[in-house]
Design a protein around this ligand. Structure first.
Ligand code: PGA
Length: 242
């Protein structure tokens, strides 16, 4: 694994954007795996700057997002699709709507939707470049502690902690859906390159555990140590316990 320590959040975001830009220049038809949360907001901001300068194009790019709330779609302000529209999709004009792949939280049969998503990733030739954040409990995507390393895209009950972490985008905690859909750990691990971002001192101990701790299902992110092409980009605070 390669670990890059940036001075601060902005530099972390620029380094992550540079990695994505390199990928897009290497392969115009790249399949990008994308993430939501507070961590990658700066990444989207930086990559859009380069896009608006005309240095990269999304015309032939396909995207797959890690997760979505059950019951929500892009018109719900709390949905992860809404987040993606706000931070990337609505601003990257040449990204084709047909190439945007989100788990459909409103699908009638959510298990069938997870299966459809897996098939769509396969048909796209797999994910070339997958962005990841990390939860304080070590979750990646919404694979909470204990999730099998072999798991595929699935429906899950969100922990109260994960729901609280999302509450700012809803009127109250009661409005945060109780279920979500997420790529599985097995699905994530098949991406050709993984790029894990973390910033802030609240992430320092889980970053140490994920990268240096014993690999075990109780801390999902420890599985990343087994990936042959993992790049970790941290700010100094998140790297401070390594
Ligand atoms: P955050 O979430 O970027 O908002 O810290 C990360 C995650 O839970 O994966």
């Amino acid at each position: 694994m390669e670990i890059i320590v940036a001075k601060n959040y902005r530099e972390m975001s620029i380094i992550a954007a540079d990695l994505a830009i390199k990928q897009l220049k290497r392969k115009k038809t790249s399949v990008l795996g994308l993430a939501t949360g507070n961590t990658p907001i700066g990444f989207y901001h930086e990559i859009l700057k380069v896009y608006h300068r005309g240095d990269i194009s999304f015309k032939s790019v396909k995207t797959f997002n890690l997760d979505e709330f059950a019951g929500l779609d892009d018109t719900d302000r709390g949905s992860l699709f809404y987040y993606m529209r706000k931070h990337l999709f609505d601003k990257a004009a040449d990204l084709q709507p047909k190439n945007i792949n989100m788990l459909d939280g409103r699908a009638k049969n959510l298990r069938a939707e997870c299966h459809r998503f897996e098939q769509a990733i396969k048909s796209a030739g797999g994910i070339d470049w997958q962005l990841l954040g990390i939860g304080a409990n070590g979750h990646i995507g919404w694979n909470e502690p204990g999730t099998s390393f072999k798991s595929r895209t699935h429906l899950l009950n969100l922990t109260i902690k994960s729901r609280r972490a999302q509450a700012e985008n809803f009127k109250s905690i009661k409005d945060v859906p109780k279920q979500g859909l997420t790529m599985g750990i097995g699905t994530i691990m098949e991406a050709k390159q993984l790029v894990l971002l973390a910033d802030g001192k609240e992430k320092a101990s889980i970053v140490r555990e994920a990268l240096r701790g014993r690999v075990r299902q109780r801390v999902p992110a420890t599985v990343l140590q087994r990936h042959p092409n993992l790049v970790v980009v941290l700010d100094e605070a998140a790297a401070s316990s390594l």
